[in-house]
Design a protein. Structure first.
Length: 135
């Protein structure tokens, strides 16, 4: 009898979860962006269950890109409502770290563009924090 284990398909399932997360992120800005961000985050969590983050460094730059894009999109959404600046710095720092890893693995133009956008946003947030800090 032929038997297939889930482990045989973990890479395929993890990659599909990442792709679903990315698709939900591509809907921003849309009517249901809050729900889409939650779904994207959930699919990315599932991706990390099937393919642990410790394995991403070897050959999954797109996973780092998706996680960075999620952080950056969350920043864009929350920045509209003026949320906590330290939270923004954390989101963008995580996004920049992920994009550095993605670009190191696969330096394509789209990855470098997102990395540059994240770095610029992080500098702007850090400047806003510095302007609010008393000397």
């Amino acid at each position: 009898r032929f038997k297939i284990s889930l482990a045989d398909y973990r890479e395929l399932i993890g990659t599909c979860c990442n792709d679903l997360a990315y698709c939900y992120l591509c809907t921003y800005p849309g009517d249901d962006w809050q729900l889409d961000l939650e779904k994207a985050q959930g699919h990315l969590r599932q991706c990390a269950i099937y393919i642990p983050k410790t394995e991403w460094l070897d050959r999954y730059p797109e996973f780092f890109h998706t996680e960075a894009y999620l952080c950056y999109t969350r920043f864009q959404v929350e920045n509209e409502s003026g949320s906590d600046l330290s939270h923004f710095r954390d989101l963008l720092s995580m996004a920049l770290d992920n994009m550095d890893k993605a670009v190191a693995l696969y330096p394509k133009v789209g990855y470098r563009e997102l990395r540059d956008n994240v770095e610029l946003a992080l500098r702007e947030v850090e400047n806003r924090i510095a302007s609010l800090t008393p000397n």
